[in-house]
Design a protein around this ligand. Structure first.
Ligand SMILES: Nc1ncnc2c1ncn2[C@@H]1O[C@H](COP(=O)(O)OP(=O)(O)OP(=O)(O)O)[C@@H](O)[C@H]1O
Length: 298
């Protein structure tokens, strides 16, 4: 097997990266891997540029070592470059929503076994404008928390750094609602909302059941829209959201769709968060590419 490793050395608490040498050594000794190239990212979009230029038959497998941001760039590189090489993920980030959802191993033995078995799963990929996402696209309340947390704070506290920042932001952001226009086959209308989350898997922001009905290969995106409410109602709803017990709540609109258009009515700047990284702004159309790529799974 010819393998290309794309590694973000700065992701997460920088612990899992240390397993990588052992993983590569084991795979070579066992004769599973014959040739390895390692590419270490230095900044945003390095992984995307590297993967985009890889040719179809250059490698049998790519291993993305990093957080959701690195995985997103590798997936974008595969989709834009059309090289169709299956991707294995060694989750090394702070949150790792996609890796956690697929129960991907981070230990040497578990990861080597997964590569040896080489079992592939076709998964859906979300598309927004000319960018792709594998896990989640979000906008509105708290979706910018990720960019406000420093890398050092994440290295020390891991995902709790996001929660600490989130608690600080709730009172500041509470009054900001977005008057949004929604256009999909399943629902058309205007709503005053706090936030929207469009997801491919149930796991978002470290919470495992945010979209309880989401499946990674059903050709549908799960759209969770939280309507404007007062603070007390929002906090009680937030606790329900974390447990995944909220989809019939009167302040929630939950849609499963393959394509949705979102536009904001007032002159607000609504940034989109794409797999935890800052993306374009509304208006936009989001669609799914059913079973758009292959992931190596345990
Ligand atoms: N060497 C580097 N130093 C700093 N940032 C980098 C480096 N290489 C890549 N990046 C960028 O860092 C961002 C975050 O990366 P990544 O998602 O892998 O880790 P994380 O933020 O720790 O994890 P998570 O997304 O799960 O919170 C991405 O935008 C990525 O492109």
């Amino acid at each position: 097997m010819k393998v290309k490793i794309i590694m973000n050395p700065s992701s997460g608490k920088q612990i899992i990266q240390k397993n990588l040498e052992k993983i590569v050594g084991r795979l070579i000794l066992d004769g599973v891997v014959k040739y390895v190239d390692v590419f270490k990212t230095e900044k945003r979009f390095d992984a995307f540029e590297e993967v985009k230029n890889i040719q179809e038959n250059e490698y049998d497998c790519m291993i993305a070592v990093g957080g959701d941001g690195t995985v997103n760039e590798v997936i974008n590189g595969v989709m834009v470059g059309e090289n169709k090489i299956p991707v294995a993920i060694l989750p090394a980030g702070t949150v790792n929503d996609f890796g956690n959802f697929l129960n991907l191993p981070t230990d040497v033995q578990g990861f080597c076994n997964m590569i040896k078995k080489n079992q592939k799963k076709k998964v859906d990929v979300g598309k927004v404008g000319d960018r792709y996402f594998i896990n989640v696209l979000a906008g509105g309340l708290l979706t910018d928390v990720g960019y406000k947390v420093s890398s050092d704070f994440k290295t020390i506290l891991g995902k709790y750094a996001y929660y600490v920042e989130g608690m600080k932001e709730i009172p500041k952001q509470m009054l900001k609602s977005i008057n949004i226009e929604i256009d999909s086959e399943e629902f058309k209308g205007k709503e005053d909302i706090f936030m929207f989350i469009i997801t491919n898997t149930p796991s978002v922001g470290g919470f495992k059941k945010i979209a309880p009905m989401a499946k990674v290969d059903d050709g549908l995106l799960d759209v969770c829209i939280i309507k404007k409410s007062d603070i007390a109602e929002f906090i009680s709803l937030f606790l329900k959201i974390m447990k995944g017990q909220y989809i019939h709540h009167p302040k929630v609109l939950y849609i499963q769709t393959s394509k949705i258009m979102l536009n904001c009515q007032n002159d607000m700047n609504v940034d989109l968060d794409i797999d935890g990284e800052q993306g374009e702004k509304l208006p936009t159309t989001i669609e799914v590419i059913k079973k758009g790529m292959e992931i190596i799974v345990p």
